[in-house]
Design a protein around this ligand. Structure first.
Ligand SMILES: [Zn+2]
Length: 266
C-alpha cells in the first residue's frame, strides 16, 4: 500500500509530466473504481479539462482541473498510476493532450476515483490528521496525551497523523527503539521526542529515495522505488537485527504483521 513517500513521489512526477496538459479522452474498463458521479457523467465532465496542478493530502492525489473541478484519486491497496503508452491492464485510461496515456492500474480494484466541484468537504479529508512535517515536537507530544491505543496502531491511524502506514510505522519504531506492542500512554517524554524525530527522518529519507516497492507500488514510469533496500526491519522476520545482530521477531498488531527487535526495542 502506498504511504506518504510513495504518493509524494507520484505527485512530483505527475507535476512534471501532466500539469498544464489537457485530458482529451477517457476509457473506463472497470467502472467499479469510479465512485462519483455516475460513469456517464464522469466521462462527459472530464474530457476537455486542463490539469492545472496536482495536490497531495495524506495518501490522496487531487488533480485540480480547469474549468473548476477536482479529480480525486485514492490509490488504497493496489492502485498506482503509469504514464506513457496505453497499458493493457489499466482499469481507467486518461488520454493526455501530448499523446500519452495516464493509466490507472489497480489489480484488486480497491481504489477510488471521484470527480467533484470541491474536495475539502470529503468526509475522509475532514477527518484526516495533520502530517508529521506540519507538527512541532511539542504539538506531537500534546496529541499523544491520554491516547491509550497501541503506539503502532496510533501512528498508522490516518485521523491521528496522515500518511504513515505499515512499513514506515515499523521502521520509525525500530529507529526510536520503542517496542511496537506498547501503549502510547506508556511512552516517556524522551521516547515521544525520539518517535517524532524518527517518523520525520524515515519519511524524509523515503521521499528522497522515491518510496519503497514492497508490493504493487511503482512510480509513473513503472520503476520500483529505491527505499526498499534501505528498510531496516520491515519484512525481515528472522533476519539479523542491523544493530545487535540477534534475529528479528514478527508479531501481529491490529491485524498487521509487524517486525521488530525485542533486544533493541524496549
Ligand atoms: Zn537489535
Amino acid at each position: 500500500m502506498p504511504e506518504l513517500p510513495e504518493v509524494a513521489t507520484i505527485q512530483k512526477d505527475l507535476e512534471k509530466k501532466v500539469a498544464g496538459k489537457k485530458i482529451v479522452g477517457l476509457k473506463i474498463k472497470k467502472s467499479r473504481v469510479i465512485k462519483e458521479p455516475s460513469v456517464a457523467k464522469f466521462k462527459k465532465e472530464i474530457i476537455g479539462k486542463k490539469i492545472e496542478k496536482i495536490i497531495r493530502k495524506g495518501k490522496l492525489l487531487i488533480f485540480k482541473l480547469q474549468p473548476g473541478c477536482f479529480l480525486i484519486i485514492h490509490l488504497r491497496i493496489t492502485g498506482w498510476l503509469r504514464y506513457g503508452k496505453e497499458e493493457p491492464k489499466a482499469r481507467v485510461l486518461f488520454k493526455i493532450s501530448d499523446g500519452n496515456f495516464l493509466n490507472y492500474m489497480d489489480s484488486r480494484l480497491l481504489g477510488h476515483l471521484r470527480l467533484r466541484k470541491e474536495y475539502k468537504d470529503l468526509n475522509f479529508l475532514q477527518r484526516l490528521g495533520p502530517e508529521i512535517f506540519q507538527l512541532t515536537s511539542n504539538q506531537f507530544k500534546q496529541m499523544l496525551k491520554r491516547r491509550k491505543a497501541n503506539v503502532k496502531s496510533l501512528i498508522m491511524n490516518q485521523n491521528f497523523i496522515a500518511g504513515v502506514g505499515n512499513i514506515y510505522a515499523q521502521e520509525a519504531l525500530f529507529l526510536a527503539k520503542i517496542d511496537p506492542r506498547r501503549s502510547a500512554t506508556s511512552l516517556t517524554v524522551k521516547e515521544k521526542d525520539k518517535l517524532y524525530e524518527k517518523l520525520k527522518a524515515v519519511l524524509a529519507e523515503a521521499i528522497k529515495y522515491r518510496g519503497s516497492s514492497v508490493d504493487s507500488y511503482r512510480n509513473l514510469e513503472g520503476q520500483a522505488g529505491g527505499m526498499e533496500k534501505r528498510l531496516k526491519v520491515y519484512g525481515k522476520k528472522n533476519q539479523p537485527c542491523p544493530i545487535c545482530k540477534k534475529p528479528l521477531k514478527k508479531t501481529t498488531i491490529a491485524g498487521r504483521g509487524t517486525c521488530f527487535c525485542p533486544n533493541c526495542q524496549k
